[in-house]
Design a protein around this ligand. Structure first.
Ligand SMILES: Cc1cc2nc3c(=O)[nH]c(=O)nc-3n(C[C@H](O)[C@H](O)[C@H](O)COP(=O)(O)OP(=O)(O)OC[C@H]3O[C@@H](n4cnc5c(N)ncnc54)[C@H](O)[C@@H]3O)c2cc1C
Length: 752
């Protein structure tokens, strides 16, 4: 009898290589129940309202993304899938279609000439229910020439729900369509629409040499009835494309399936995979799970053996046992391998290393380890003492190079003692914080401190230890340095008065900063991830021979930082082992610097007066009365939906005026010349986190979201109810922006 808490159950009779139907339906029910509870909770707790859903009638309910989350079967194999034939895209027919919606939009990519397939689809005998769903038929060469840019591919991707591709050209699509398709669930599904040659009722394979030549014969297509049947089959299939790895995910259902439907699809896909796609079939399967996009994976089958072949398991010998026991170190695996090597060469030869030598090595290893541990403990003790002395007599803080080396080695030793996953502000960390000293880079313009650079101070304070602010430019000691000295929590403000640094040219600013970092023996240098920080700090890092850590959003410890990657789609925790950490910080993640209440001492920085080959000539600044986009509390943004610069100015500007907001734009709007480059919001533009981010005619591409998703309230106007922006919007309005935005502007003006 299986306990109800068992992770998986196995069939009690017959081969272990089969699914237990009970387990599949148990996992399916639990998963679907969990997704639905998550959806209900999300609806209840979210301040967002699904305004899009309100407009839809019941028949379209399944199309609302919230109610239709994909469910995946995750396959883990014991051995990597390497066979090229098995890595080709394929499909497995399933009993419950994933593409049943009548409003489905299908794009069919064919071998050339596309006209032939267009004629087939338009043929009278071609079923009407398919013709109405196939919105686009495109030949391979046209696809290649028309969709060269990332932007155009993205548009194609968003225009259709399903992509079917002629199996003769499907392998070439990987390069043509790129990762936008192949990192999504919309990978083209293969369809066989070529005319199959038959001799005596049997399929005949073409001569591969002839096949590579693009001739008319190659492009022969089957009859409309066969093409329709193939397309129908593809739409009722789960697309499979295994990666040359040990895991693969195959979409098998949706959250609006019943558990019964989901289990039937799972069973069909598992059968198809083990019969056709995985080398050695069931024997090579390690695990099967079902999961939703944001859920844990529910196991449905777990292998009891980790290896495919018995021979893959290394036999344990008596010698191995002794070796492992004697050494008691983590070289266990190597020793087993060595033992095996000896076994292979055993044919009369004696083992190369006598057993006594093995024992000696193990003994010297453990002695070395012990010695190292003692050294570490001593270094740690020294560090604590020197930290205490430094705190008691700050005047003695000017240490020579020997002390610097010691400080760094102490830091290293301290780091190895600290559990890296432990939160940095735990009591143990405070002792090490005294060993840190941070230089926060500030930006100034015409003697005025730039608020955007205050995030560097917030991050530096989070690191712990003394913080010194740094600025340079003409007459800064009497202007921005005085302003900076009032910032709470600063120990010193280091200022260098020199006209040469006024414009912050990285070519001469970098040697200046490096000189002061070295003299001040700073362990951390922090700057804002602004244009200034981004152009200056990589040079500084290069001159110091360390690696920069860019655009961090969190600090876990003095050497461990959190940063978004892939336009914010993944969060990376990085640990730096460099002696000096050069860091840029994301402004929206480090806020709350108090600009009043401090009384830091202003000290003279060292000026190397390094010659620069670059000279500042002139600048053209877009002057605006509006709040600065980076720090504004309200932002109104426009996208490609605005159609032209004239329309952008006519529609967006008055709305921003009536809200007293800064103006932003998507990259598509900037690239099309609707708005100035400085207004771009997103991964390659500015990061904003205002109280209100109101956008119109912006689809919500991840690169755009990367720059604004931290906004407190996001409001979006878009005529497409499926636009991704609605997935992050707190308030959404589906409609034509040329109608809705002026209407809203009028209402706001009337209220003012
Ligand atoms: C490396 C890289 C970096 C990038 N960096 C950025 C970045 O920093 N910032 C950025 O924004 N993008 C960036 N992009 C581009 C990004 O991928 C998108 O292409 C871009 O954000 C699309 O801009 P959009 O939403 O204005 O245009 P589209 O995606 O074309 O969307 C236009 C939207 O307007 C809607 N619309 C059209 N007419 C109307 C109407 N009359 N009424 C209402 N709605 C209407 C449409 O439904 C559509 O949703 C980057 C891309 C790459 C590859």
């Amino acid at each position: 009898m299986v306990s109800s808490n068992a992770v998986t159950t196995k069939v009690t009779s017959g081969s272990p290589y089969q699914l237990d139907q009970n387990q599949v339906s148990r996992a399916s029910s639990a998963l679907l129940r969990h997704i639905k509870t998550q959806q209900v909770d999300k609806e209840k707790t979210a301040t967002k309202k699904t305004l899009i859903g309100d407009n839809d009638d019941d028949s379209d309910a399944e199309d609302i993304p919230l109610n239709n989350e994909a469910v995946w079967l995750v396959l883990t194999t014991k051995k990597h899938v390497v066979d090229k034939n098995r890595l080709k895209p394929g499909k497995i027919t399933i009993p419950h279609s994933l593409n049943a919606s009548p409003s489905l939009s299908v794009c069919l990519i064919t071998a050339d000439p596309q006209r032939a397939v267009k004629n087939i689809v338009a043929d009278e005998s071609f079923p009407q229910h398919l013709t109405s769903r196939i919105d686009k038929v495109i030949g391979f060469s046209k696809l290649k020439s028309r969709y060269q840019s990332f932007e155009s591919r993205r548009q194609l991707f968003s225009e259709h729900d399903v992509f079917l591709a002629d199996d003769r050209i499907i392998m070439r699509l990987v390069k043509t369509l790129g990762k936008i398709f192949y990192k999504s669930s919309k990978r083209p599904i293969p369809v066989r629409i070529a005319e199959i040659e038959k001799v005596d009722g049997k399929k005949v394979k073409k001569d591969p040499k002839q096949r590579s030549k693009p001739n008319a014969e190659d492009s022969a297509f089957a009859s409309p009835a066969i093409v329709a049947k193939e397309i129908e089959k593809a739409l009722n299939s789960a697309a499979v494309q295994l990666a040359p790895a040990t895991t693969a995910a195959i979409r098998v259902g949706s959250s609006n399936f019943t558990p019964q439907q989901l289990s039937e699809n799972v069973e069909a896909v598992v059968k198809g995979l083990t019969d056709k796609f995985i080398t050695k079939g069931w024997k090579n399967v390690k695990a099967l799970h079902v999961k939703g996009a944001n859920t844990m994976a529910m196991p449905i089958w777990l292998a009891s053996e980790l290896w495919v072949e018995e021979g893959d398991v290394v036999e344990k010998t008596a010698d191995d046992d002794k070796a492992i026991e004697g050494a008691k170190n983590d070289k266990k695996r190597k020793q087993i391998e060595a033992g095996e090597g000896e076994k292979i060469s055993e044919g009369g030869k004696k083992s190369k290393k006598p057993k006594a030598a093995d024992d000696d090595e193990a003994a010297s290893l453990s002695a070395r380890k012990e010695k190292l541990q003692k050294q570490k403990a001593k270094a740690l003790q020294d560090g604590e003492e020197s930290g205490r002395k430094a705190a008691a007599t700050p005047a003695k803080a000017e240490a020579g190079s020997t002390k610097k080396k010691r400080k760094q080695s102490v830091l290293r030793a301290a780091r190895s003692q600290l559990n890296p996953s432990r939160a940095f502000n735990q009591p143990t960390a405070s002792a090490y914080a005294r060993l840190l000293s941070t230089l926060a880079l500030l930006e100034q313009r015409d003697g005025q401190l730039q608020n955007s650079s205050l995030s560097a101070i917030a991050a530096a304070q989070k690191l712990g230890g003394p913080v010194t602010a740094f600025l340079a430019g003409s007459g800064v000691k009497g202007t921005s340095a005085v302003e900076a000295a009032k910032i709470k929590g600063l120990d010193k403000v280091m200022a260098v008065d020199n006209d040469a640094y006024e414009k912050g040219l990285p070519e001469n600013y970098a040697p200046l900063l490096v000189e002061n970092i070295k003299k001040g023996e700073f362990t951390h240098v922090v700057g804002s991830h602004s244009a200034f920080g981004k152009s200056l700090l990589p040079r500084v890092a290069a001159l110091l021979d360390v690696q920069q850590v860019s655009d961090i959003t969190g600090i876990e410890s003095e050497d461990t930082f959190v940063r978004p990657i892939y336009a914010g789609n993944a969060i990376l925790t990085v640990q730096s082992s460099d002696s000096i950490k050069v860091i840029t910080v994301r402004g929206t993640a480090f806020q709350g610097t108090e600009t009043e209440g401090g009384s830091a001492e202003i000290v003279e920085g060292s000026d190397p007066k390094a010659p620069a080959q670059t000279e500042w000539v002139s600048e053209e600044l877009a002057k605006s009365e509006r709040p600065d986009l980076g720090v504004a509390s309200r932002v109104v943004s426009g996208g490609r939906g605005l159609k032209s610069k004239e329309e952008f100015d006519r529609v967006i500007v008055p709305l921003a005026d009536s809200l007293g907001a800064a103006i932003g734009a998507s990259r598509a709007a900037v690239d099309s010349g609707f708005a100035d480059n400085s207004l771009q919001v997103g991964q390659t533009g500015k990061n904003v986190a205002p109280q209100l981010y109101l956008c119109a005619g912006i689809s919500g591409a991840i690169q755009h979201l990367a720059g604004m998703k931290d906004s407190k309230v996001i409001a979006a106007i878009n005529k497409d109810p499926d636009a991704p922006i609605f997935q992050v919007a707190d308030v959404g309005l589906v409609g034509d922006l040329f109608e809705k935005v002026p209407e809203m502007t009028e209402k706001l003006k009337a209220q003012a």
